[in-house]
Structure formats: C-alpha cells, structure tokens
Design a protein around this ligand. Sequence first.
Ligand code: HEM
Length: 416
Amino acid sequence: MQDETTPTPVPTLFTWEFAADPYPTYAWLRENAPVHRTALPSGVDAWLVTRYADARQALADQRLSKNPVHHSESAHGKGKVGIPGERSANLMTHLLNIDPPDHTRLRRLVSKAFTPGRVAEFAPRVQELTDRLIDDFCEKGSADLIHEFAFPLPIYAICDLLGVPSEDQDDFRDWAGMMIRHGGGPRGGVARAVKKMRTYLAELIHRKRENPGEDLISGLIRASDHGEHLTENEAAAMAFILLFAGFETTVNLIGNGLHALLRNPEQRERLQLALAEGDESLLATGVEELLRFDGPVELATWRFAKQELTIGGQRIAEGDPVLVVLAAADRDPERFAEPDTLDLSRADNQHLGYGHGIHYCLGAPLARLEGRTALATLLRRLPDLRLAVDPEELRWRGGLIMRGLRTLPVEFDPRT
Ligand code: HEM
C-alpha cells in the first residue's frame, strides 16, 4: 500500500491555510504521492491524482464512471457525492453524472441548442451587462469585486441565455447566493436553493413548450436527434446543470483572474497596454493562462472505478472514488515551463482547466466570452484598480471542487 512507500509527514489537506494556497501541497503530492488516497471533509475516502500525464489520462478513461451507482460506498455514502439536494430534486440525469451511451445522446442534443454561434451572438449582451454592473459602483471609488461584479455577471448572463424573464432574475441571484454561501458548509441551504430552482425551471419549461421563443430553453425543447427529443425532466436537468456548472465557475474565473492580475503588476500592465493599443491577442492567451495558473475548478467532478485499474502505478480498487486535481496537474513542471509563473502570453498551454475527454466543458465558449469581456472592460474603465486590503487578509472559500475568493475589496479613482 502507498503508506509504506510514501515519506512522511504527508501535508494536511483541506485546512484554511491549504485553501489560501494549495499549490505547495500539490507540488509535494506530485513529487511524493502522485496518486494519493485521502479522507475528504465529507468522510468519503478518495484517490487524488495530481500529475498532468496521469490526470489527462484519467479524465478520458472510460473505466472511470461518472455515475455514483459505481461508488463502493453508495449505500452508506448516499448523499455525500454529487450536488446536494439533486436526488430529491430528480435532477440526476445530467451530463456530469452519466456515461455513454446516455451521455452521448444527451450531449449531442444539448450541443444542438447550445452552439458556439449562439454564444457569439450573445457577445453584445454580455458587454452590456458588464458595463451596467461597473456603472453601479464606479462612482464610489471602492467595491467588492466578488459581490458587485464577478458574482452577478454570470448569473444574469446564463439567465438571459436560458430565457428567464428579467423580472425573475433577481430570484436566481438570491438562490445562487444561497448555493455559493453554503457551498462548503451545511447542505440545507444548497438543497433549498436547488429545490426552488427546480420548481421554477419545470414551470418555465412548461410555459416555453406552449409558447416557444429564441432562447436556449426553447432550443432545448426543440432539439431533436433522429426524431428523439429531450423529455421535460431531461430538459429541466439540463437547464439546471447549465446554471450549476456555469455559475460559480465563471464567478471564480473572474475573481481568481483579477486577483492574479492584481498580484502580478507587470503582467497586468502588459495586458492594459495591449488593450489600450486595441490588441486583443494577449487577452485571449491571458484568460487561458489565468485558468491554468489559478483556475476555478480545483478538482474535477467525481469519477468511480468500474473495475480495478492502475493510475500512475497505483492500484485502484473497483468502486473507489477518484478525484483528478486539475489545479495540481496544471502546475506540473513535467508539462509546463516555470509552472508557478504567470505568463499571459504562454503559447504552449494545453491546460486541463476545462477538463478533457467526453466531459470537456460544454460552456467553455461562454466562459471565455464572459472572462474576456469582464477582465478587459474592468481594466479599460478602471485602469488604476488596486487591492484595498493586504493580500494575506483575503479569504478563500474552503469548498472541495471549486477554488474562489469570498471577497475581493478594491479601490480606484472614482469615475462618473
Ligand atoms: C464540464 C470547467 C464554465 C457547463 C466542465 C468540466 C470542467 C469545467 C473542468 C469537466 C468536469 C469533469 O470532467 O469532471 C469550467 C470552467 C468554467 C466553466 C473552469 C469557467 C471558467 C461553464 C459554463 C457552462 C458550463 C459557463 C454553461 C453555461 C458545463 C457542462 C459540463 C461542464 C454542461 C458537463 C459536460 C459533460 O459532462 O459532458 N466544466 N466550466 N461550464 N461544464 Fe464547465
């Protein structure tokens, strides 16, 4: 077993210090215990895969199932994996919980509605939302960029895209707030928010079926593959997973990205200069680098061994949970030159921030659009943006899958 071969002491995972800066611990794990079994805060034991080559392989390995029925502890671990509340909410049949052939069928259907073309058409709306949010705080000379900017932007964007009427979008903002606040803590708040969203979405889908529009929900209802359509329940699960997968991730892309830029002034100046000259190429490579350097998804979502297998020389038993640590893989010196340095122009950057294989992020074009628009607009409109607190005082959320800041207080010269 691994305990006999790994040197001690193994660093303690999932503490507050670890949440603030997990990267030294991940470097230790990559070096000393690249496939490491540990007890998670929920009490479930899982394997952490931290090297890039192993991570990439594991993400695409069909012997690792996404379906929690393959978890050896699925009887007593019930409710400990997956999205809290989803069982009661009957939202289990979403993309991140299923394998082929169901996954192939559902992904093909949703891909017909959620196309890169639809996302590109949405660009002016994202710009408008971004400007409106900045208008709301730019006269104050200070702001918390998580609550006033990174948090509302993705929720309004995805609501707009789905076709949630604007008068209902603040309800989604509240429910999303409940989900993010309770992310690493008691499950009650998350389950309540999930239930409210589910009820709302089921009703909205019903209304859109009667009265379709040009929005994504109507597209999901219309989408057909060889004459096959999504059922109402599948469409509700799909709308929900788009919200769930596309919300906190994008909050953290913007939040972590801004934090990294504020802590690396030379890189930030380079970007500001390029933007001032109308050159957007550094913005494009820069957003990818920010994803690699401090991405929103620290660990990929659950996988379970359908059969015994070996990853990085380590035997994994049937039924064992496996978590691929994207944040560790993306700092692997075997894959990236100077991995701990932020280089916005990094060219060789096949990071795993959006995953890899058949579950590769379906929302990547939308996330890129929102990330680029948010960062570029903020730096253009508030070029003297600076942190309002000592970086040591910033607090990170201690969630398992996501990595993000609780608040990001900044100052700047007030603008009208
Ligand atoms: C899947 C990251 C934004 C929808 C994934 C996966 C990752 C990821 C790592 C794969 C998880 C795994 O294999 O276990 C991100 C990041 C984002 C982002 C870093 C923002 C920067 C979005 C957005 C949407 C979205 C905006 C939609 C509106 C999805 C969906 C899946 C997924 C539906 C499941 C795909 C499948 O299982 O086939 N994302 N995501 N994501 N993402 Fe994203």
